[in-house]
Structure formats: C-alpha cells, structure tokens
Ligand binder design. Structure first.
Ligand code: F6R
Length: 605
C-alpha cells in the first residue's frame, strides 16, 4: 500500500527520501514522487512506475530540505504521472502526500471547481493541497487542522509549505504515521522500515492527532488544537534485518530464517517449573482466564488462517470452544459481543484496516481483545493494549510465511497456558513444551531437503488448477498452502476439507488437476487414505505431505516432515507448502516478492 517518507534537518533531503522510499517498496505501489523545499519554492517530481524510475528522472540540482516523498497504490484515479503524489495547489506552495481515502472528495472537488480551481489529477488527495493553500491561517498546522475538520475518510498525511519551511505537518486518522527522532533532524514515515537506517527512537501518532515536526523537535495535538503527550519508543529491528541478505527473494529468505524466528517467538516463554507457557503481555489473571467461556479469533488472509490453526489448538488443549472468522466479514454483521468471550486479533503488520475496525467494534461494545501481532507499536497492537508479540522480525515479501509460522507458535503457547490453567496435565504440558522447543530444528531438517520440494513443484508446471485438501487442522494447512500458491504463482488453487470432496469438487478431478493431500499420521490417517483412493479412481495425480513411513496407497509423489506432537503437526506440515509455492512461482518466472495486484499491509477497505 502507499508509503510516506519525510525529512527535516540540515542534510539534503533527496537521498534520504529516496532511500526511505526503497525501504517501503515492499508494500506494493504503482507510482512514486518527491517534493523538496529550496529557496524560491517547491521542487516536485513524480512518475508512474518504480522508485528507480523516479531516481533516473531526477535532475542533478534536485536538492534541499525539508522534503516529503510517496509511493502510491491507486485508489482514486488510475496509476499515472499526474495522479502520483505529492499533489500541490495552483501556486505550487503546498505539497501533500496522503495514504488512505477521502470519502467526501467528490463534493470537495465540485466545490473547488465551482470556485474556478483547475484540478490536475483524478485523485482525492489533490483537494487537500488546494484547500490548505486557500484557508486563512497563521500556521501551516492551523490550516491543516481547519481542512481536516471538513474532510471525512481515512488518512495519513504529510504536508509541506514552501513559505514556511521550518516544519512538516503530519496528521493521522486510520493510517499509520511514525515520527523518527534524530540528532537535530527529524523523520516522518508511514512505516518504521523507512526510518531504521537513521534512528530507532520513534513516536507513533494516534488517530485524530496532528504533529508539527521541526528539525529540533515536534509537538503533537488533537484536531481541536489541544496538546497531547507522547512517549518515544525504540524500534527493535535493525536496518540490516530489512536487507535481502544474499537471497534472490525476500520470500525465500523469510522461509529459510524460520528456525531463528520461531526461537525468538519461544524465547523466555516456556516455563519448565510448571510445564506451561509464560506470556507476560496478555495482562489477564489466571482467574480472569478461567472465566473465559469462548474464544473468537479475527484476522484477514493468512492471519485469519493462522487464527484457524490457533482456534484448533485452543479447543484441543484448553477445551474452550474457539472459532476463527475473517475480520473483514465479522465487523459488518453486527456481531454479538459477549462478556465471557475472549477476542483475539491476529495481524502481521498490525495495520490491516479491517482487522483494526473489528477490534474497534468489539471494544466499542465492551468486549476484551488480545492481539497476536508481529510489528511492535503498530496500530492494532496499541489498540488491543494486551497480547503476544510474535517477534518474527520484519516480513518484507508481500506473502506471509514466517509470521504465519510464528503466529501458530504463539497460539500454541497461549493454548498451553490456557490449558494448564484448566485440565491440561503436567505431563501434557511437558510433552507440548518439549515439542515446541524442538520445532526450530525440525524446520531446519525440512529446509535441508528443499531440492526435493523444488522437484515436486515441477509437477505443477503444465497445470492450471490444483486442489489442496486436509482434515481438521490439516484443512487449515491446505487453506494456507492454496493461498500461498495462488498468490505467488497465479495458479488456480482451491482448498477443501478432505471430507467434503465427494460432496461436489470430486467432479473436477482430472489427470490434469493434481491434489495436494495433507495427511499426517494421526487418527484420521485411514480416512485420508480413503480420500486419496477416491481421487486416484478418477485418475487425479496426488502429492502427499505426510510423516515418514509407508503410505498404504499409491501416490505420484510424497514429501515427509518430521513428526511432532499431533496437536503441533500442522505447523510443520505447512513449511514444505511455502517452499512448494515459491518454487512453482520461480519456475513460472513470477514477481515473487511483489505479486500482481497485491500489497503488503492493506490499510484501506
Ligand atoms: C497472505 C498475506 C495476506 C495477509 C493479510 C493480513 O500471504 O500476506 O493475506 O495475511 O493481508 O495482513 P496482516 O497480517 O498484516 O493483518
């Protein structure tokens, strides 16, 4: 999604802004632009395409400060040079970059046009530049405040005024804004990734806040002008953790680094004395946890699927009825919020608009929400106020891999914790915590056989469709496997519960439609074997993802993963499917880290 970067200080802003834009490229975008202040006015350059295209266009004399820059992901108006941000007023005095959607843009555009103003783009953002330039105000912050009072919608904004270059004004309503504190210089961004090369001390704006950022400090206030107090926090990611580190793709790097990521999720959280998990951030006493009658997990995409894995774990280990639902659906069906239900919001970025909206709806109705989030200090993390940070590290590839795994591990810890407060025995607590500690090495063992997976991937090259099936938690593995494959390889992949195949989709099984069957050696093994027989009777090719040992049925190919405890098996069964999707996409020559039409962190509805 869109990215914002800003700089104010003594240095030339241009290289800092361009470097920041490169750092947020992973979020997906279609155009880029930059505006800097220099004696005589604003200098603005923007174009459709990549940040590299913008860089190539820059004249040598493009120097100055303060400056703001943007990567755009089109919402209002197609990707084009003139729709790219920054947008300026007619006199090129005010420059605005904006993430989000101004909902009353059509009415505001009509009003400006009736006043004789010529609009140069089809965007909702341009109106802001004209309105800010037109309102009589003593300071830029006052002008921005007055305009935001007549605006409805979501925004993260950064505004420059060529006549008042002593500050950048930023504002937030529904889209992240981070201020980076430097030494007599300051940074602004929509994503901490853009700042970590310069500072790790940051301040996150809250919705309804506006900040005046000068080289030597910042002030925050509400839209009404009342001052707000902020405490800086430290980003725990280094600049190096955003690099590709010699890998050809972020996706592969992030798959390969999973053993270390899982170790971080587990670090300090296994409590051997009581054979349970220690989760400091959930901030609910054992008594409060004992009162929970139901658990509802909410997230979007892979976060939702990780929530399905989590709901299974909780129901099995803690015997609390648990269910996952897509956050995007939940918020629109006027959900019943119950006092004795614990709501869990899952998000890698902590910025997904629909998950955030679901959390806000639950809180508005008096419900309790706990977050399982990767990005520390993110909006959803702060909105939940309590939860488990998964510490997977920055995830740059658009598709989620290591965060899916680490979130599942965090759920396993929570399930053990809830279980040990209830009926899970010490022996089971020991069995599961030992199995969790063994997961990183087991993932390493799978990584060592990547060649086998690459060969399996070749089997899909001539195909247009594939099924992924599994039973119970194995169905969650199938869902995630199918999602990964369609996202990165554009191959049509459909997940189905194995038990439901004969109720319809079996009609579509042909020799050209392979089925990937998730078949752990558990108490449903023989049922899955029967399903494979049914597929083979229709001459459908089968790839089994299973545990070591003979399969009592013929399959075209099989990949085995080390056996864990049955409750944790889904976590390991998912790993080869990530590499599988990666290798299919690699052979098909797809843009693996930035699949078409997709963006990392969907901050609009
Ligand atoms: C899939 C994927 C998306 C995200 C979804 C939620 O590979 O990456 O489906 O899982 O957009 O994003 P977060 O977890 O940031 O809320």
């Amino acid at each position: 999604m869109c990215g914002i970067v800003g700089y104010i200080g003594k240095r030339d802003a241009t290289p800092i802004l361009l470097e920041g834009l490169h750092r947020v490229e992973y979020r997906g975008y279609d155009s880029a632009g930059i505006a800097i202040t220099r004696p005589g006015g604003l200098q603005v350059l923007k174009c459709q395409g990549r940040v590299r295209d913008l860089e190539n266009m820059l004249p040598k004399r493009f120097k100055g400060a303060p400056g703001i820059a943007h990567t755009r992901w089109a919402t209002h108006g197609e990707p084009s040079d003139h729709n790219a941000h920054p947008h300026c007023d007619a006199a090129n005095r005010i420059a605005v970059v904006h993430n989000g959607i101004i909902e009353n843009a059509a009415a505001l555009r009509a009003r400006l046009m009736s006043e004789g103003i010529t609009l140069r783009s089809e965007t909702d953002t341009e109106v802001l530049a004209h309105l800010i330039a037109a309102v009589p105000a003593e300071t830029l912050a006052d002008a921005v405040r007055q305009v935001l009072r007549i605006v409805t919608g979501t925004y993260a904004l950064a505004v420059l005024d060529a006549e008042r270059p002593e500050a950048i004004v930023v504002a937030r309503n529904g889209g992240p804004v981070v201020i980076g504190i430097g030494d007599r210089e300051m940074f602004v961004a929509s994503d901490p990734a853009a700042l970590v090369a310069h500072t790790r001390s940051v301040v996150h704006l809250d919705d309804g806040e506006i900040a005046v950022v000068r080289a030597d400090g910042y002030e925050t206030s509400t839209l009404d002008g009342g001052p707000t107090a902020k405490t800086p926090s430290v980003i725990d990611w280094t600049s190096g953790s955003f690099d590709k580190g010699g890998y050809s793709h972020y996706m592969r790097k992030e798959i390969v680094e999973q053993p270390e990521a899982v170790r971080r999720t587990l670090r300090g959280r296994i409590e051997p004395r009581f054979q349970t998990a220690h989760l400091g951030g959930i901030e609910l006493t054992a008594g409060e946890l004992l009162d929970i009658r139901r658990i509802k997990v909410l997230g979007c995409g892979s976060a939702y699927i990780a929530g399905c894995v989590g709901a299974h774990l909780i129901e099995q280990l803690a015997r609390i009825p648990a269910h996952a639902e897509a956050a995007s659906e939940f918020r629109y069906r006027n959900p019943v919020i119950e006092r004795d239900t614990l709501y869990i919001a899952v998000s890698q970025s902590g910025e997904t608009f629909e998950t955030l909206a679901a959390v806000q709806e639950i809180k508005r109705k008096g419900g309790r929400v706990l977050g399982i989030i990767n990005v520390v200090g993110s909006t959803i993390g702060r909105e939940c106020g309590r939860g488990i940070y998964v510490h997977a590290g920055p995830e740059i590839a658009v598709v989620s891999t290591k965060t899916f795994t680490c979130t599942s591990i965090a759920f396993a810890l929570l399930a053990v914790h809830l279980g040990r407060i209830r009926d899970l025995s010490t022996a089971d607590g020991r069995r599961l915590t030992r199995a969790l500690a063994a997961v990183p090495e087991q993932i390493e063992e799978i990584m060592g056989r990547e060649d086998e997976i690459a060969r399996l991937a070749e089997m899909l090259l001539g195909c247009e469709h594939a099924y992924f099936i599994g039973r119970s938690a194995g169905y969650c593995v199938a869902m995630e496997g199918a999602l990964k494959l369609k996202e990165v390889s554009y191959l049509h992949a459909e997940a189905y519960p194995a038990s439901e195949l004969k109720h319809g989709p079996l009609a579509l099984i042909t020799p050209q439609t392979p089925t990937i069957v998730v078949i752990p050696r558990d108490d449903l093994f023989s049922k899955n074997v029967s399903t494979i027989e049914e597929i083979r009777a229709r001459r459908g090719p089968v790839i089994a993802v299973t545990h070591p040992g003979e399969l009592p049925v013929k399959v075209e190919a099989a990949f085995t993963v080390p056996q864990s405890e049955p409750e944790l098996d889904p976590i390991l069964l998912n790993i080869p499917l990530q590499l599988f999707a990666y290798h299919v996409a690699l052979r098909k020559g797809c843009d693996i880290d930035k699949p078409r039409h997709l963006a990392k962190s969907v901050t609009v509805e």
